[in-house]
Design a binder for this molecule. Sequence first.
Ligand code: ADP
Ligand code: ADP
Length: 217
Amino acid sequence: MIQARGLGKRYGDVPAVDNLSFDVRPGVVTGFLGPNGAGKSTTMRLMLGLDHGSGRTLFDGQTYAELADPLRSVGVMLDARAVHPKRTAIGHLRMIAAGAGIHEDRVDAVLGMVGLADVAGKRAGGFSLGMQQRLGLAAALLGDPATLILDEPANGLDPEGVRWLRELLKGLARQGRTVFVSSHLLNEMAHLADSLIVIGAGRLLAAESVAEFVGRN
Ligand code: ADP
Ligand code: ADP
């Protein structure tokens, strides 16, 4: 369960995120929809305390900064392209796992989950955007977290990749996890998500099921 309250951030006079409050329930995939520039990435960064701003976000009752073992509580993918190009997929994941005291067996498990087992020893610099997204997802899943925060994870995936992502995210949600995933494409969201938080110009426009939202738009 995520409870975001009064999130706000201004760049000069312009509010990027404007007093935004919402809940994200476990057990379903919740989409975070809004056009480019609506404030989705800024909101996710505020939720995690990575940006200065106002408001507070609780993950199962604790702020991100209060989590004793963040990787095992909240899995995050904000920018899939952040992996060093010379690092191999498995090397990247092993480094994160080692830093968090996560057993190496889990690295193989998440590589399998995201379909990268065959290219585990290849360098990330040669990866397509879709493969980089899969690697970013693998890193987010390393700690087997109760909550996932994923910024535009379908970016760069082909239609088959989006179908695969939907099955993965729905499976994770069905296990009782809280899954919060952004996109600027309603069509993509209609495939990925069960429920929607919709923002425009940093403000909440709707919080309802995908079926309700699509029915009205
Ligand atoms: P989204 O993720 O929905 O595309 P962002 O959160 O990236 O939106 O951006 C929200 C708004 O904040 C946009 O108008 C963007 O131009 C502005 N913005 C984001 N980062 C900065 C920054 N570092 N400096 C100034 N304005 C920014
Ligand atoms: P399965 O029976 O298929 O293994 P489970 O429901 O037992 O599925 O969960 C699989 C994994 O998901 C476990 O490792 C568990 O820690 C994790 N998990 C499931 N629900 C939650 C939850 N609400 N919070 C944190 N982790 C969860």
